[in-house]
Design a protein around this ligand. Structure first.
Ligand SMILES: [Zn+2]
Length: 1009
């Protein structure tokens, strides 16, 4: 209640402020002197299901003697029923516009994973478009005020001379299909309409449009829609692949930048020095302007921005309300915490992020739509809610999208000087960060054990536009911890949220206080640069209070990139760090790799740098062995798991070392250490036909580090009796579906659901194909998988697929406890290494931060059937004496109580004599018992970043388990080691399991307790 009152108050104040800056006296609506395209206008009206689902801005289309309307390509009006254009058709139209009018220019901004083009279309008056270059030069100075020495007077002159760039992106989510036609028509209107309202937009703002963000997915969605038109009344195949890799998570990539669409939009946004990035979605009736969103807000953005959200968002709602359009609102249930959304590129780069959810029908059919009570009920922020039931058309959706965008553009154009000045102020305040809120810099020490992963993370920051410096001499700064005020008791002070400097691998080392000297060659991310907020937001720690009033958490609560990369990253508030002798790094940060020494045996230290897996698969003909113990050679210390390479040419090694940035030591004689072979495993990645969203992040990881794999489905496994003949490892990444659905598949009602390339659906198939998506793994598939493991295969399972493996009996001795209070919502938790001798742990230290999303709580037992792992009640019962005294039975001599068995939470209880005697056949032979590799840390060390509540339920439990089964193994992850391109520090747990597939028992100590 308090929260809502406060919000109302803020809104009222901001509306007053908004009123003060708004000058929009121009009446929205057509220019009476400009003819309308009568036929087009008629159709707009015919396809709009109620007059109040339209506005004076879009209920007509102005005619032009020489500029073609969208009909030229669509054969009908934008939003017409039955027509969804492919990306190429949208582009063809934009290029027709470019040819027909000097007010439109089309730019290629890159390609997709599957090689399709992405474009951006600039629309403005010929006057503005003729001066884009000079304007960009001015905007560049406003974006980087260091170029004008932070001089406000100079900035005012630049602002006065400049015009802003408003960047709109459509259909990132492929099932949300309306934006491309809305944006085609919007481009036409902006170029052609002579009404005072639209004219004022094109003369004051450059509207930049990427009509299709997810091009690969768009074309598949159009295929699906066309299939639906050709098969009336049939069930439609679901859009299993949106983009090449992931589905809706393409809108969670602004942190890791793994997808081309993210990089292309980012580069366009920063390259144009745009002020706004406005992303269009369609999942809420009828228009939810979630620009304002809900709390908690991201803690790293400038408050100037959060005020802009309010000002623009409420103006938008207010204008559409005046048009009488129902169901337009702001706030709602989107919290604005994570910087992973595409639009957030603007928020973290001194611009304004915006997002609309409109109402789409996932296609171009006109449908009777029923909204839920939560959607149609009036609330304080939605005084004119959507209707409970109405006929809804794609044209309605296009009317809402265009009307809202036009009012936004109009408002933005009218107030362009205010927003340009704000753009300058936000950029300037980013540069002043060390002097104001801090920190001064982040430091990546040159003696980090994982230079390859370090360079990788620094390159991601560079791709964000962040400048990196490298020191030329050692420097000393104060790294003293600041008071840990306000931290929750479950936060360990040594590793908790900033401002404590936080080297990841060894929490104990973070307790350093006083000063610290960093060696020469260390990297510094200075906070006195325009994009300091991006770096700060990505490298800092997150803290989401378990008592936060926001209980509908929208997405991950943590993303601390240094932790997830298993790197040492120091947050430094001491401004002296800015005086460290250092040079700006030109070009990408890379590690140097070469061969040191001579000899025909090559040694590579295993430090869990991801490039090592690339090296192994690249040297596919070489003989590579893993050392089972640490050793010293060539004057260097080598970790357990280090590579010993023979039968490889020096040239080949040299090239690989240089390309991959790996340090190789050549020696005459191999060290005397126990080894086993690292053979290039034959890997299969198994997917379901129900969901490929999360496994897509695994494919990205494998592709990036060039781990070859066969991409197979559960249906292939159901057909393949002898999997072991083809594969050594089957990876079953998270399927986001329960175990029964994995086995059963979709119900077999109705018609088959094909996913294949045909002339009607030229973009389906390709990644994988099937005649019918419905059948699942089935019982034969289960048997084939079990046989695969029995015959020596390795099955890697994660989170829900680990649950699948446990529930279907792949892993005797492992059970999963029900979580009651645990809330680990996309957070980062600390793991401890239990068995450093296991090949899965090679290259890792004692401690590792991992991504966790309420993963399964594993218990371990030495008995095949029946739980185990629960701490037995050793508290004494009621009787004589004190709490630690034995009870005494009266009338007989005291009996000696045998010591009760004890085990750690992540261990199995030792077997009792009774168990040995009476559950004979159930006792798992020592060699086949689950081997715990990593466990969740103790409660006091568990929390690293994000939201953790009820952590005691999972603290100390096993997190990564290797379960021997027959001649093979099942590897279980409770955490997710491959997530959103952010968790590169835990990738190697998976790579280790693959590289050591036929020697996972190495280093195993058997205990028959
Ligand atoms: Zn969406």
């Amino acid at each position: 209640m308090t929260r809502q009152l406060l919000r109302c108050l803020i809104v009222c104040l901001l509306l007053v402020a908004a009123g003060a800056v708004a000058s929009g006296q121009i009446k929205p609506g057509r220019d009476a002197n400009q003819p309308v395209d009568e036929e087009y206008t008629q159709k707009i009206r015919a396809y709009t299901t109620e007059p109040f689902f339209n506005s004076p801005l879009t209920d007509y289309l102005p005619a032009s003697p020489n500029v073609p309307t969208p009909k030229a390509v669509l054969g009908d009006v934008a939003g017409a029923p039955g027509k969804l254009p492919y990306a190429e058709e949208v582009y063809r139209y934009m290029r027709l516009l470019e040819k027909a009018t000097p007010r439109v220019k089309v730019y290629t901004i890159g390609t997709t994973e599957e090689g399709r083009e992405m474009i951006a279309v600039a629309v403005a008056s010929e006057q503005l478009l003729a001066h884009l270059d000079e304007n960009r030069a001015r905007l560049t100075k406003l974006a980087d005020p260091r170029m004008i020495n932070l001089n406000d007077d100079e900035a005012d002159k630049l602002v006065a001379a400049s015009f802003p760039i408003y960047y709109i992106t459509g259909t990132i989510h492929s099932t949300e299909t309306g934006s491309p036609t809305a944006l085609m028509e919007l481009a036409y209107r902006l170029a052609v309409d002579d009404s005072a309202y639209v004219k004022s937009i094109r003369e004051s703002v450059v509207t930049l449009i990427t009509p299709v963000v997810e091009v690969d997915g768009r074309n598949r969605m159009v295929d699906i829609y066309n299939w639906h038109l050709a098969h009336p009344g049939e069930n439609v195949p679901p859009l299993i692949y949106w983009g090449h890799y992931v589905a809706h998570d393409n809108n969670r990539d602004a942190i890791g930048l793994s997808l081309k669409l993210t990089r292309n939009v980012l580069n366009t946004y920063t390259g144009w020095k745009a002020q706004v990035l406005h992303d269009l979605h369609e999942s809420v009736p009828y228009l939810y302007d979630n620009t304002i969103g809900d709390g908690p807000y991201n803690a790293w953005v400038d408050p100037i921005l959060t005020d802009e959200w309010q000002i623009i968002g409420w103006n938008n709602v207010s204008e559409l309300t005046k048009f009488g359009m129902p169901g337009v609102f702001a706030h709602g249930d989107f919290d604005t915490w994570s910087p992973g959304y595409l639009m957030f590129i603007a928020a973290t780069h001194n611009g304004i992020s915006r997002l609309y959810e409109t109402f789409g029908n996932a296609g171009a059919d006109t449908l009777e739509r029923t909204t839920s009570p939560g959607e149609y009920q009036r609330t304080w922020y939605r005084q004119n809610p959507p209707l409970p039931k109405t006929k809804w058309s794609q044209r309605n959706n296009n009317n809402y999208q265009q009307t809202a965008l036009l009012t936004s553009l109009h408002y933005f154009g009218n107030n362009s000087k205010l927003f340009l000045k704000n753009f300058y102020l936000k950029s300037k305040r980013s540069i002043l960060k060390p002097k104001n809120e801090g920190p001064a810099a982040y430091v990546f020490p040159s003696d980090d054990p994982r230079p390859g992963n370090q360079a990788e993370l620094l390159r991601t920051l560079q791709a964000q536009g962040v400048e990196i410096h490298r020191t030329t001499a050692p420097f000393t700064v104060n790294t003293k911890s600041e008071p840990a005020a306000g931290r929750s008791p479950n936060v360990v002070v040594s590793t908790g949220p900033a401002p404590t400097p936080s080297p990841s691998p060894t929490p104990a080392a973070t307790q350093s206080s006083g000063t610290r000297t960093f060696p020469a060659g260390s990297y510094i991310v200075r906070m006195d640069q325009p994009y300091s907020r991006t770096a700060d937001a990505l490298l800092d720690y997150q803290y989401w209070s378990p008592n936060d009033p926001q209980t509908e958490i929208y997405d991950d609560t943590a993303w601390t990139m240094g932790e997830l990369a298993n790197l040492q990253v120091f947050r430094i508030t001491d401004k002296k760090v800015l005086d460290a002798p250092a040079n700006r790094v030109n070009g990408d940060v890379r590690t140097a790799g070469n061969i040191i020494g001579s000899g025909s045996t090559y040694l590579v230290n295993h430090n869990a740098d991801n490039a090592l897996v690339t090296l192994r698969f690249r040297l596919k003909d070489a003989t590579v062995a893993a050392a089972e113990e640490p050793f010293e050679a060539a004057g260097q210390k080598f970790n357990r798991g280090s590579f010993i390479i023979r039968k490889a040419s020096a040239d080949e090694i040299q090239r690989a070392a240089a390309d991959l940035g790996i340090q190789v030591y050549a020696v005459a004689e191999a060290p005397a250490v126990q080894t086993h072979a690292l053979k290039p495993a034959r890997v299969a990645m198994m997917h379901t036909w129900i969901n490929t969203q999360d496994e897509g992040w695994w494919r990205i990881a494998f592709d990036q580090f060039q781990v070859p794999y066969a991409y197979i489905s559960t249906q292939d496994v159901a057909r393949e009796e002898n999997l072991k003949a083809k594969y050594d490892v089957v990876v079953f990444a998270p399927a986001a579906r329960d175990a029964a659905l994995i086995v059963n598949g979709l119900p077999m009602y109705g018609n088959p659901l094909p996913w294949k390339t045909t002339s009607l659906t030229p973009n389906l198939g390709k990644i994988d194909s099937t005649d019918d998506m419905r059948p699942g793994l089935g019982w034969t598939g289960l048997m084939n998988l079990q046989k695969f493991v029995q015959q020596g295969g390795v099955l890697i399972t994660v989170d829900d697929t680990a649950g699948f493996a446990v529930n279907y009996g792949f892993t005797p001795g492992v059970s999963i406890a029900r979580a009651n209070r645990l809330k680990a919502v996309g957070d980062i938790l600390r793991m401890r290494t239990v068995d450093a001798m296991s090949p899965i742990a090679y290259g890792y230290a004692d401690s590792l931060a991992m991504y966790c999303a309420n993963g399964p709580i594993f218990n371990i037992s030495n008995v095949a059937v029946g739980g185990g792992g629960r701490r037995r009640n050793t508290e004494r019962f009621t009787g004589r004496g004190g709490p630690n005294d034995p009870d005494i039975v009266q009338g007989r001599p005291p009996a000696e109580v045998p010591e009760s068995p004890k085990a750690e939470t992540w261990e199995a209880m030792p077997l009792t004599d009774e168990q040995r005697r009476y559950s004979g056949g159930m006792v798992i032979p020592a060699a086949e018992r689950p081997r715990v590799i990593l466990r969740y840390a103790d409660m006091k060390d568990l929390f690293v970043s994000g939201l953790l509540d009820g952590g005691d339920e999972i603290a100390e439990h096993a997190a990564v388990i290797d379960v021997p089964s027959g001649r093979g193994h099942v590897v279980l992850f409770s955490t997710n080691p491959m997530w959103r391109g952010q968790t590169k520090g835990s990738y190697f747990l998976v790579f280790n399991a693959i590289l050591n597939f036929d020697n996972l028992n190495a280093g195993r100590k058997l205990d028959d307790k």
